[in-house]
Design a protein around this ligand. Structure first.
Ligand SMILES: [Zn+2]
Length: 79
C-alpha cells in the first residue's frame, strides 16, 4: 500500500499548465509546428497543445519545464 501515488496524482491535477512548455498540436494544413507558432505569434492566435492546453504565444517566451502529458502524447504519435 502506498500513499505516495495519491500525493502524485494530487500534484498533477493541481499543476498550473500555463507554467509549462507545451508541444504544439500542429494543424494538418500548416507546414510545420514552428511555422504555425510564428503565425500565431504574429496574429495573436491561440495555440492548442497536444494535451489540450490552449494559450496565446508570447514573442519572448519564458523557459518552463516541458509538459509531461504533451511529451507522452508526442511519443505515442511517433511510435
Ligand atoms: Zn501540455
Amino acid at each position: 500500500m502506498s500513499t505516495n501515488t495519491d500525493l502524485d496524482k494530487d500534484l498533477l491535477t493541481t499543476q498550473d499548465t500555463s507554467k509549462l512548455t507545451h508541444i504544439v498540436d500542429c494543424p494538418d494544413d500548416k507546414e510545420n509546428a514552428q511555422a504555425w507558432v510564428d503565425e500565431a505569434k504574429a496574429g495573436g492566435l491561440e495555440l492548442t497543445a497536444l494535451c489540450g492546453h490552449t494559450w496565446v504565444p508570447e514573442s519572448d517566451p519564458v523557459r518552463h519545464p516541458v509538459c509531461q502529458v504533451c511529451l507522452d502524447i508526442a511519443q505515442i504519435r511517433l511510435a
